[in-house]
Design a protein around this ligand. Structure first.
Ligand code: SF4
Ligand code: SF4
Ligand code: SF4
Ligand code: FES
Length: 981
């Protein structure tokens, strides 16, 4: 700590602290229009002028030094602040009373008030541009834009989409998209960062426009008339009167606008934000200081919420009658479910029933689902969709370091000197997490290595892109390991102190020469050496991976190879290092953590451990089954074999997202009884005997656990739509109809039970998670958590990690003369999974209406394919029709298909091959043939899709260009200019 003086009072400051942050901490009021703590100093507005040791400086750009003497209220500082803000008012009309942004948080309004501005000297000058309404989610009004550049900074350096800039040299500067395109035809990915940080109403969510205020929805002529009135009375009354009037209106708004904290329902990054609502209308999603995301979101978390009020929502239980469904009461449906499950259990035993929990549901719901399976029905046949993506990664970590979760936090990834991404389209599948890598890479020189079949955005940004042959990551990872050992580059001190099994591991590397890796992976030996040296020379390395690794027949082994490499190079136990299997669904981590798995009770406590069972039996007052149950892959096989008679799926679109979907759907048609709990009637519901209408995330309370093991609370934004129930209530009600006698009245009671029974969650409680508070497991009874794992030791009895020997096995699914192409598949930024939720948002549907197959330019030329050509893809398991998109993101005979389609789901093609350790389907190992059909349709990607845009990367807002303008006058003659970083 250092000591400084602010306005004559001594203050302690942190070394390197920004002066503006210190001033704010002390409670002094200094205007600061362009400053946003998460963006850092931009220096465009000049309103934060203060005197330091007698010189004027911008407080936002000044770093505190010992003995500084800071004056915020001298004549010179105050005059400079006012002069700067006056210029801002030359770009903005203060019509607050009829402005949708008049909600107490408008920086321009609040600064007018802070400085007690009554009249402005700089006349308002409209800009010669139209309002841009071409994006479905937000609009830009140049006439209200104060050119602060926060949006540009956010887009260039936080989201790093590099769409926005300001044409400082123009007589009428404005914000530009792709240097001058409309928003709708630019590279804008609609992440909403710019809208979130805009300090006024220039950028605004379309859902706010005309909806937030009492008079803002007036027809345009009336609204303009009122604005003219406001402008007209200002010379006479001053802004004070106008401000007071608008604040009265703002206070009235508080009675009808609710702000409720929630956690995103889509991917595993765990973004949290406030949802602003008026009745059942979502005004906007506002991220502020989310523990995982700060102000960041992607298009889904910010804008993809139309499913909440969709007419497609299920609102009544449905019961099958022949080929049709009829609506039923809850009592009738619950009684039928209980009766049929009881009959089947009585006739065929409890293990003839299986349950699948949803990784979109809460931790409490996962817990209740497995409790219903084990304690009420009496079977361990319970699983969740982590089987389809994450189980191999968890296995790789169980084998080597002990805990099945990310070893650190997103902040560790941002701190790393080198990030290696293997088989993950991070920018589209985990968009906000990817921004942290893109930002560190752009601003801090973090190095990036990407291994993928496809040249995705991260691959294009990478320092080294490894375009590997399908399914060969294990080979190059192991070969790099061997090269490091052979060349004395392994961290032997770390291995000696912390790692077991080195000799056996080294012996297992014998076949993995660089030459072998080069031949099988299709990578030059020199490139592999470069990778090895880059890893060895980097002080802190994080490896990120996802389904491009796990969804292979050696998914567990490749995940293990990643962790082996981290151990070999000492990249655990320190900030900025570690293993990051990026969890796909919002709560896929939590679904497994809370026991929806056939072999583990909650907290990864084995079902075959008598001591563990005894503890749960005492608490639940039942006898528990002791042998491992069926996983979801085995359940489908068991249905086909006639052993599993009934299935209860709690929110999982299995007949589209499961591999070999035809086989899965065929199994469903053979069930004696099938219950599906869903929000929207989907493809899986078609096979159900009873469909129970559930509530989506915004209509319930509970907790989600994100990829960084972060447990966060979600609060009820809306009451459940009439007729629907939150999943935890449905499961409770079904269990009680089966005779359970459960009395849960609130999810917090479920969490208390989880904490009492699982040492890993001992200190978790709703109180400790209130508001934006979060905990990263394991959580000790005193509430202390572990953002970074293994800081003291690894999670094995002797505290040491384990190198795990591996061998490589050729994948069973291989191309031949007939099935000559490789088809890869995965997510796309705009849609989540099959798209049952995201297709309900019109803006997303219009920009990305359907799936497509990506074809390389060389293959397109060879086969006579163009954008929009219809092709038939046929695998050994099924076929489908889809339109082609020709792109150099894919190479040669490799194709890629996003999985967002109900009509043409890629899993109509995928196989039943699995990872031999975890039964995770090898979704990514697929050989197909392609037949070009005569029809040519429209390009599957409309011109309004961001992929057609042309970003304009630059260093940020580039304020020096503003300072060079002939008409720029720095406020105050003694200003000490601090160059932007
Ligand atoms: S990508 Fe689009 S929405 Fe996101 S910050 Fe840039 S301009 Fe704004
Ligand atoms: S649109 Fe951008 S430059 Fe204009 S006021 Fe908003 S954040 Fe500032
Ligand atoms: S989908 Fe993922 S990255 Fe996007 S807002 Fe939701 S949690 Fe964040
Ligand atoms: S807050 Fe805008 S220049 Fe400092």
């Amino acid at each position: 700590m250092i000591r400084v003086t602010i306005d004559g009072l001594p203050v302690e400051a942190g070394d390197g602290e920004r002066l503006i942050d210190l001033i704010n901490r002390t409670g002094s009021k200094v205007p600061q229009v362009c400053y946003h703590p998460q963006l850092g100093p931009i220096q465009t507005c000049d309103t934060c002028m203060v005197e330091v040791n007698g010189n004027l400086v911008r407080a936002c750009a000044t770093t505190v030094l010992a003995e500084m003497n800071v004056d915020t209220k001298t004549v010179a500082a105050s005059a400079a602040q006012r002069q700067a803000f006056d210029k801002i008012l030359g770009n903005h009309v203060l019509y607050c009373t009829v402005c949708d942004n008049n909600n107490g948080n408008c920086t321009v309004h609040n600064t007018t008030k802070l400085l007690a501005v009554e009249h402005q000297q700089t006349p308002y000058r409209p800009k010669p541009y139209e309002v841009d309404n071409s994006n479905p989610f937000y609009r830009y009004d140049p006439d209200q834009c104060i050119l602060c550049g926060r949006c540009v900074e956010a887009c260039q350096n936080l989201q790093v989409n590099e769409t926005l800039s300001i044409n400082w040299e123009d007589p009428h500067p404005r914000v530009l998209w792709d240097g001058g395109a409309t928003i709708g035809e630019s590279s804008c990915v609609s992440c909403g960062h710019c809208v979130t940080v805009c300090p006024c109403n220039a950028l605004m969510e379309t859902s706010m426009v005309g909806k937030a205020g009492f008079m803002t929805g007036l027809p345009k002529p009336a609204l303009n008339g009122m604005i003219d009135v406001v402008k007209g009375i200002e010379p006479e009354t001053g802004y004070g009167t106008i401000m007071r009037l608008s604040e009265a209106e703002e206070t009235m708004r508080e009675s009808r606008i609710r702000r409720t904290k929630t956690v995103c329902t889509y991917c595993g990054v765990g973004c949290s934000f406030d949802v602003w609502t008026k009745d059942r209308h979502i005004l906007k999603v506002e991220p502020q200081d989310g523990p995982a995301n700060g102000v960041s979101t992607c298009v889904k978390g910010k804008f993809a919420w139309d499913h909440i009020n969709s007419e497609d929502r299920l609102t009544k239980p449905l019961i099958r009658e022949g080929d049709k469904f009829r609506e039923a009461t809850w009592e009738e449906a619950l009684s039928l479910v209980a009766r049929r499950l009881s009959e089947i259990k009585a006739q065929h035993g409890p293990d003839s029933i299986g349950l699948i929990a949803s990784s979109k549901c809460t931790n409490e719901e996962s817990y209740l689902m497995q409790k219903m399976a084990r304690a009420v029905i009496g079977t361990n046949n319970i699983d969740n969709c982590s089987r389809y993506c994450q189980s191999p990664a968890t296995m790789g970590l169980f084998r080597t370091v002990g805990y099945g979760g990310d070893s650190g936090s997103i902040s560790d990834i941002a701190q790393a000197d080198l990030v290696v991404i293997v088989g993950s389209n991070t920018a589209e599948s985990h968009p906000v997490l990817a921004t942290r890598v893109k930002r560190a890479h752009k601003l801090r020189g973090q190095k990036l290595i990407v291994s993928d079949l496809r040249e995705n955005e991260m691959a294009r940004r990478a320092d080294i892109f490894l375009h590997t042959q399908p399914g060969t990551d294990l080979i190059w990872l192991s070969a790099v390991g061997r090269y490091l050992i052979d060349n004395g580059l392994a961290k032997t001190d770390f291995i000696d102190r912390w790692v077991n099994g080195f000799e056996a591991y080294r012996n297992s590397l014998e076949p993995f020469t660089l030459e072998f890796a080069s031949e099988r992976c299709g990578l030059p030996v020199d490139t592999l050496k470069k990778v090895a040296h880059t890893i060895a020379e980097s002080e802190r390395v994080c490896i990120l991976w996802a389904m491009g690794v796990t969804q292979h027949s050696q998914g567990s082994d490749t995940s293990t190879a990643i962790s082996n490499l981290l151990l070999l190079t000492g990249n655990y136990m320190r900030p900025g290092t570690g293993a990051y299997p990026l969890r796909g669904h919002n709560n896929v981590q939590g679904a497994g953590d809370n026991g929806s798995m056939p072999d583990d009770l909650p907290g990864y406590q084995s079902v075959d451990d008598p001591e563990v069972r005894a503890r749960f039996e005492a608490a639940w007052k039942v006898t528990l089954p002791s042998s491992k149950g069926l996983d979801n892959h085995q359940m489908v096989d068991a249905i086909q074999e006639g052993k599993l008679k009934a299935l209860y799926v709690g929110g999982e679109e299995m007949s589209i997202v499961d591999s070999n979907a035809n086989y899965v759907s065929d199994a469903f048609s053979k069930l004696e009884f099938f219950v599906v709990q869903e929000v929207i009637f989907g493809a899986t519901c078609q096979y159900a005997d009873v469909v129970l209408p559930a509530a989506p995330s915004l209509e319930k309370e509970g907790t989600f656990t994100s990829t960084e093991r972060r447990i966060q609370r979600l609060y009820e934004v809306f009451e459940p739509l009439e007729g629907c129930r939150p999943d935890w209530q449905i499961i409770r009600d079904v269990a009680n109809h089966l005779g359970a006698g459960w009395h849960y009245r609130h999810p917090s009671e479920v969490m208390d039970e989880i904490a009492a029974l699982s040492p890993m969650f001992a200190g978790v409680s709703y109180e400790r998670l209130s508001g934006y508070k979060s905990l990263q497991w394991p959580v000790a009874a005193d509430g202390s958590d572990e953002p970074l794992l293994y800081t003291k030791e690894f999670a094995f009895p002797d505290g040491k990690a384990r190198l795990f020997p591996l061998r490589w096995v050729e994948a069973p699914e291989q191309p031949d003369d007939e099935f000559d192409l490789h088809l890869n598949n995965g997510r796309i930024l705009e849609h989540f999974h099959e798209g049952n939720l995201t297709y309900r948002t019109a803006g997303i549907r219009n920009k990305t209406p359907d799936t497509f197959v990506e074809v390389s330019p060389e293959l397109a030329k060879e086969r006579g394919i163009q954008d929009g050509s219809w092709v038939r893809l046929t695998s050994r398991y099924g076929n489908l029709r889809v339109r082609a998109l020709v792109t150099d993101r894919v190479h040669g005979k490799e194709l890629y298909m996003p999985m967002n389609s109900v009509e043409s789901p890629v899993n109509a093609l995928t196989s039943s091959h699995v990872d031999s350790v975890t039964d995770t389907p090898a979704f990514k190992e697929l050989s197909i043939k392609m037949t070009v059909l005569p029809e040519i349709g429209e390009n599957p990607l409309p011109r309004t899709n961001h992929r057609w845009g042309h970003p304009t990367p630059q260093r940020g807002v580039e304020v020096e260009r503003k300072w060079k303008r002939a008409d720029y006058r720095a406020p105050g003659s003694q200003l000490v200019q601090i160059p932007p970083k």
